[in-house]
Structures are given as C-alpha cells and as structure tokens.
Ligand binder design. Sequence first.
Ligand code: FES
Length: 133
Amino acid sequence: MIGFCLILKAAIVAAAKNELVAKGELEMINILFIEHDGTEHPVEVKAGGSVMQAAVSNGVPGIDADCGGSCSCATCHVYVDSEWIDKLETIGPTEEAMLSLSTDRQETSRLSCQIPVAENLDGLVVKTPEFQF
Ligand code: FES
C-alpha cells in the first residue's frame, strides 16, 4: 500500500511539473558545452536529470557515458567553467575516486553524470576534454 501511495504521489508531482512546463511557468535550463576546439553546443533541458544526460540526449560529442551514469567509467569527464564550479554540489567519494585516476584531471574537473541539472545552474558552461574525442 505504501509503495502504491509513493508511485501515485510521484505521478501527481510529475503531472504537475509537466503542466508547469506546458504553461511556461517552469523554466528550461540552458547549458553550454564547449568542445576542446571551441565548438559550442548550447542545449536546453528541464531540471531533474544530470548534465551527462543533457549532453547525451542532445547529441553533444565527447560525452560517451559508457556506464550510463553510475559513476564507474569516467567517460563523462568535463571541465566546469571556473565561474560555475562553486555552484555545484561537492564531489562525492566515488566521483573523487574516479577522477583521481585521470591524468588529465584539472582543478574544475567533474563527472557530468554526478551534476544534477537544477534551476540554479541555468547558464552553466562546461568544456569537454580533448581526450574523450
Ligand atoms: S557516465 Fe560513467 S562515470 Fe559518468
């Protein structure tokens, strides 16, 4: 019974969110992906997924996401623009462990599957590393 109630609640919340998007009352989030050669890929997504999902669903090159977002492949490595890095949630231990294996890690390196797309990230800028192409 509790499971059914949770499913029903999730369905009601999702329906309400879709209604807000349809009415234009829920903003889309803009993310700019920049390739190593400067090619820009602006995408617009709803809040709720990850930055990796935003890239993959919009055909942004350089984000393979081989593990599907389970933080076990590091093929979604991005360099977050320095103006945005402090707005992100802190790195978790698994993400830290994966990034520590990268010889191309930089100060603003993150795994994009571990960055939730939220309203406060509208305008986020990330660069895709050359080694992922
Ligand atoms: S998609 Fe595999 S670590 Fe991010």
